[in-house]
Write a protein that binds this ligand. Structure first.
Ligand SMILES: Cc1cc2nc3c(=O)[nH]c(=O)nc-3n(C[C@H](O)[C@H](O)[C@H](O)COP(=O)(O)OP(=O)(O)OC[C@H]3O[C@@H](n4cnc5c(N)ncnc54)[C@H](O)[C@@H]3O)c2cc1C
Length: 509
């Protein structure tokens, strides 16, 4: 008897990091796993390709080591030896006409050392004076969830919000602090702020020593904020975009690309439904066009897709309307990554030995109030020194990733690739003095890139999870829930894999 026909069938919809990690976590279970990825390519927001002959990530490029889930996955895949550490993670803020150091003593942009804030030059003298009122002001009342900008602004004033907190949130969520939820994007700080009158003190109570100085989603910080030694970030020598292919292979799952799942419904208890292998009638998934429909039976299903497709799929599931409604409230920001390659000599003062690294930063963030198009820049060859190794006989290159597009700025993404690349190059020249045109460029567009954890997000996720919990053998995972960073996505994948495993195990008894 072929065991593949007797083992319960788990179908995972979505072949991004969450879906593939869930498949990997099921590899030793007595189940048959199929991953259905709608696009022709696996990996979702993870992808790597060459720019000027150098493999550079197109999407996610850095993984936090302060949570175990991402590095643990890399180790389980046998790739720990391929890990690379950043050359530096110090960031700058390009504002008020110059690059200023991002204060080290800050938590998601919320300063804990107001003297350091003043020295940094990120805010004006008046802005720094207003920020220091945080130490004197009476407690700021707040009921329920509020926008980050409201609470932080009440304590420190508008400049800290505009020039520090908003750019950091823009870097992580492509979102705006006036909409993003304090409770969802900074849960530890929101909680600490209830114990400390001063928000600077609350931020200080959470900072490791020394603190990370690059944008880090709070859900990805270690509990208590400590580091695991060395840098808080890691990547893979060939790019994080290699992870999907490794996961797919190691999972042993059947992987199908260009397999858009159009509908999901409880399986009818019909004779054509191979029910009986699992604990119930299971699920029916519909693929293909209406003219040539393909039906797949599953005993359990993991939806590892963004909110919109998840809502569409759950629309066919009786009893899931609360989840459908909550998914409908989660909006997504679109963005583009413009990757530019320059000869090292194009950067003023960049000696061929030191290069762009002589600036001392891994990149910079740009406040929206400064009216620029690019919101964040990573000096990839500085952050990841292994990328600087030139081909034999070739002149060294500097590679820079420019991030374009905050929520509500979709119009700029309509521009042609050449325009976006020219715009990014012009702003980079204004910030760094780089001269001449890049020798190569690549524009990667990410439609629906990042879910917006706006006010009420925690409640929305609770409603989704409660509705999904009523559905036998159904689980959800991915960036829409408890964190957009890879470790947080992997954590939801592990929980989803555990949920379906438990469901099928109980059913077997
Ligand atoms: C530009 C960018 C840079 C980032 N940088 C970092 C970083 O440095 N570090 C970090 O930790 N995080 C980073 N992130 C965030 C992180 O990469 C993402 O949050 C994470 O990869 C999301 O994974 P996911 O599996 O939840 O979703 P996705 O990657 O969106 O995968 C979902 C998959 O589902 C598929 N799908 C959708 N609908 C269907 C359907 N009906 N049928 C079948 N398949 C379907 C999609 O095609 C997609 O492949 C970045 C994100 C972006 C956009």
């Amino acid at each position: 008897m072929n065991p593949s026909t007797t083992r319960p069938h788990v179908v995972i919809v979505g072949g991004g990091i969450a879906g593939l990690a869930a498949a990997f976590f099921l590899r030793d279970e007595p189940v048959r796993v199929t991953v259905l990825e709608g696009s022709p390519r696996l990996g979702g927001k993870l992808s790597v390709s060459e720019v000027a002959g150098v493999p550079v990530d197109e999407g996610a490029e850095a993984l936090l080591v302060t949570r175990p889930e991402g590095t643990g996955l890399i180790a389980e895949l046998g790739l720990a030896g391929d890990r690379v550490a950043p050359g530096t993670t110090s960031s700058a803020i390009w504002t008020l006409g110059a690059l200023h150091p991002l204060p080290r003593r800050q938590f998601m942009g919320v300063p804990s050392d107001l003297a350091e804030l003043n020295r940094s030059g990120v805010v004006s003298g008046a802005g720094a004076a207003r920020a220091s009122q945080d130490l004197e002001l009476p407690p700021t009342a707040r009921e329920g969830d509020v926008p980050v900008a409201d609470f932080v602004g009440a304590r420190f004033g508008a400049e800290v919000v505009d020039r520090l907190v908003d750019p950091l949130l823009g870097g992580v969520y492509a979102g705006r602090s006036a909409e993003l939820s304090f409770d969802a994007t900074m849960p530890a700080l929101a909680s600490a702020s209830r114990r400390h009158r001063s928000l600077a003190e609350a931020a200080g109570s959470l900072l490791p020593s020394p603190p990370p100085s690059a944008p880090v989603a709070e859900q990805d910080r270690a509990p208590g904020g400590t580091r695991s030694g060395g840098s808080v970030f890691t990547s893979l020598a060939g790019g994080l975009g290699q992870l999907p292919a490794f996961l797919a292979k190691a999972s042993g799952a059947e992987i199908r690309t260009a397999a858009v799942t159009r509908a999901l419904s409880p399986a009818p208890n019909a004779p054509d439904s191979p029910a009986g292998q699992g604990p119930g009638p299971g699920w029916r998934l519909t693929l293909g066009s209406a003219a040539s429909e393909e039906l797949i039976h599953a005993d359990a299903v993991i939806l590892a897709v963004p909110a919109r497709p998840a809502a569409r799929l759950l629309a066919g599931v009786p009893g899931a309307s609360a989840a459908v409604a909550a998914f409908g409230e989660i909006s997504y920001a679109s963005m583009a990554i413009v990757t530019l390659a320059y000869p090292r000599s194009a950067f003023p003062g960049a000696s061929s030995a030191g290069g762009l690294a002589t600036l001392g930063w891994s990149g910079y963030l740009v406040p929206a109030v400064d009216g620029r198009t690019v919101k964040a820049v990573t000096f990839s060859t500085v952050k990841w020194p292994h990328l600087t190794d030139p081909a034999p006989g070739a002149a060294p290159l500097e590679i820079v990733r420019c991030s374009v597009g905050r929520i509500g700025e979709e119009a700029v993404l309509q521009r042609a690739d050449e325009d976006l690349a020219a715009l990014a190059a012009a702003e980079l020249a204004a910030a760094t003095g780089v001269h001449g045109a890049p020798v190569a460029h690549r524009v990667t567009r990410w439609g629906g890139a990042l879910p917006q954890y706006t006010v009420g997000h925690l409640d929305r996720v609770a409603r989704i999870r409660a509705a999904v919990a009523t559905q036998p053998g159904l689980a959800v995972c991915g960036a829409a829930y408890e964190g957009v960073g890879i470790p947080a996505c992997v954590a939801t994948a592990r929980a989803a894999a555990d949920r379906v495993t438990e469901f099928l195990r109980v059913g077997r008894q």
